[in-house]
Design a protein around this ligand. Structure first.
Ligand code: FAD
Length: 552
């Protein structure tokens, strides 16, 4: 196959991709590509739930204030305002479509509490909210004859005017304006072909896999960020990586998360000698924002040379724990032989969430026209320097919806029509190169090296000399990967490695550009700053032009 045409190309099948596809399907043919199985996404792993101010004594303004506070001076207030107000509508929409969330005896939504929230506002489906949402949306997608979903299909690169032969000889300084779709690897048939689309959305999730210990599934390799950056889009605030404080201390991939909701339910953190320590770090103790809890644990572990701390919820009964956290309770009991009502749970922090990403405006528009990005891939500005717990599923729903609405506006204006004349000129992917298995074995080791560098030098606590060292080493790894990439046959692991290496560079460069400690970025060489100044770290790729589409 060399070319396929669709109205909407959706790259990724998490909450963003699926919710966008369902809406777009009323207005055209939708093709979802996803690089693994359809339900392989961070969305499927989300436990705690979705934050929305729908409780009787809760209001969007309370949710707004909590989000802004967690973001430590860097949130885009308009984006947060959109999130907390439209979020209520999007959650209600999901319920009206038939999504079942956990309810109390009175039939009301059971609202949980998580760190940084001043009200109970976490709507959840037991403690496997993400899996339920993913399955619910997937079922709708599968029933929709206007949507095709292709598994084991991975976006390699976005197609832009750069690729079009007519424009090849154009002046290099000319602006790159539009996205025409993507080159895609069909992993089962080892084929690369183009999917040409009127509208493309990056719904590719985050990049936790830059780190060796991560709660993220193996698909989270920052592909969307790398694709967009290579195509000329800017990225923002990449240094803000959230480490979840309480991943189970057990070698398993991905690490098993003990949801924040368990602390919301009264769990306490204890050192290995049994003593409590969070009171020394924050008045909210265990319910302090995640960065503070993660840093407190990191500090105590380093000080004592220990590998883990304990999470203690033994004051609750088996019945209470099993009914509130069936997934965590049963997984711990059956898989890890830990009875959480009787034993402490050993936990460590693990890379969890990327707060930055591809710059988009309030309608999800990235720097290329006809290209949207939403969810963990995108930087809308709602997270600032630290995401408030359970805001990310909500952000995915809200901004996927806005991207859809924006695409309808463009469609009504026939804005995409001018692209048609160029579509024929999109060249086939140049498949040159030969398999080079021996060398691949060596290159593969670079993933481990890269992840170790990120963990050791670009982790929870950073310093400028360590970041500089990390950048030197990752630059050199990236050059080797790029060189190998240019002369070999392309495979999914190679593409992922290339994307992880590029994204890691972006994280380090952003971290070096930030001359302060703020939110999730803690650099021992700088004082903490929480002043409300939008000093975002923005990285522009070499081919980015100021005349680009996005004007946020
Ligand atoms: C363990 C865990 C618990 C969490 N708990 C919560 C919670 O309780 N509440 C909350 O709000 N958030 C939670 N989060 C965060 C939240 O789940 C994610 O931020 C959110 O689901 C991201 O949605 P997404 O659609 O942007 O990406 P994802 O759900 O990650 O989906 C990305 C999709 O893109 C595909 N993909 C990636 N690259 C390519 C490519 N190159 N080509 C084709 N396909 C590609 C992937 O295969 C996947 O289908 C949790 C995350 C984890 C890991």
């Amino acid at each position: 196959m060399s070319k396929l045409k669709t109205d909407y190309l959706v790259i990724g099948s998490g909450i963003v991709g699926l919710s966008f596809a369902i809406k777009a399907a009323d207005h055209g043919k939708v093709l979802i590509i996803t690089k693994g199985k359809s339900d392989e996404s961070a969305t499927s792993y989300a436990q705690g739930g979705i934050a929305a101010a729908i409780g009787k004594k809760d209001f969007p303004k309370n949710h707004f204030e909590d989000t802004i506070k967690a973001g430590a001076g860097l949130c885009d207030e308009k984006a947060v305002d959109i999130l907390v107000n439209e979020g209520v509508m999007r959650v209600q929409e999901l319920i009206e479509l038939g999504m079942k969330f956990t309810r109390n005896e009175k039939g009301e939504l059971d609202l949980g509490r998580e760190g940084g929230h001043t009200k109970n506002r976490i709507i959840h489906a037991h403690d496997y909210t993400g899996r339920e949402i993913e399955n619910f949306l997937l079922e709708m997608v599968r029933k929709n004859t206007n949507i095709t979903i292709k598994e084991n299909h991975m976006a390699v690169d976005l197609i832009t005017e750069h690729h079009i032969s007519k424009n090849k000889n154009k002046n290099k300084n000319e602006k790159v304006e539009s996205c025409f779709g993507a080159y895609v690897l069909d992993d089962e048939n080892a084929d690369i072909y183009s999917i040409v689309a009127d509208f493309t959305i990056l719904a590719t999730g985050g990049g936790g896999r830059m780190y060796p210990f991560s709660t993220n599934p193996s698909v989270s390799t920052a592909d969307g960020i790398a694709l967009a950056y290579r195509a000329g889009c800017r990225v923002r605030n990449m240094e803000f990586i959230q480490f979840h404080p309480t991943a189970l201390f057990y070698k398993i991939d991905p690490v098993f998360l003990i949801s924040e909701a368990v602390r919301g339910f009264g769990a306490k953190l204890r050192l290995q000698d049994g003593s409590l320590f969070m009171k020394n770090y924050h008045p909210a103790e265990e319910l302090a924002p995640r960065d503070i809890v993660a840093r407190a644990i990191d500090f105590e572990l380093k000080k004592r040379g220990e590998d883990f701390v304990y999470l203690d919820i033994t004051h609750k009964s088996d019945e209470e724990l099993e009914s509130n956290f069936p997934n965590i309770y049963n997984t711990l009991k059956k898989k890890f032989k830990i009875n959480m009502s009787k034993e402490y749970i050993p936990v460590v922090p693990a890379a969890h969430y990327m707060c930055g990403g591809v710059i988009v405006d309030y309608d999800g528009c990235a720097d290329l026209k006809f290209l949207y990005a939403a969810g963990e891939t995108a930087s809308t500005g709602v997270n600032g320097s630290n995401r408030l717990a359970s805001n990310s599923l909500l952000e995915g729903l809200v901004f996927a919806h806005r991207a859809f609405v924006h695409s309808l506006k463009l469609k009504e204006e026939n804005a995409e029509k001018y692209k048609k004349e160029f579509e024929e000129q999109i060249p086939e992917w140049d498949k040159g190169g030969a398999a080079n298995l021996k060398e691949w074995v060596l290159i593969k080791h670079e993933l481990q090296e890269l992840q170790d560098i990120m963990w050791d030098y670009v982790g929870i606590v950073r310093s400028t000399p360590r970041l500089e060292k990390a950048l030197r080493r990752i630059d050199s790894i990236y050059r080797e990967i790029r060189d190998f990439y240019n002369r070999t046959i392309i495979t999914r692991p190679l593409l992922e490695l290339r994307n992880i290496a590029l994204a890691s560079q972006l994280v380090i460069r952003s971290a070096l550009n930030r001359k302060e400690s703020r939110g999730l970025h803690y650099n021992t060489d700088y004082e903490e700053n929480t002043s409300p100044s939008r000093n975002d770290t923005i990285l522009e790729p070499a081919i980015y032009k100021k005349s680009h589409f996005n004007n946020c």
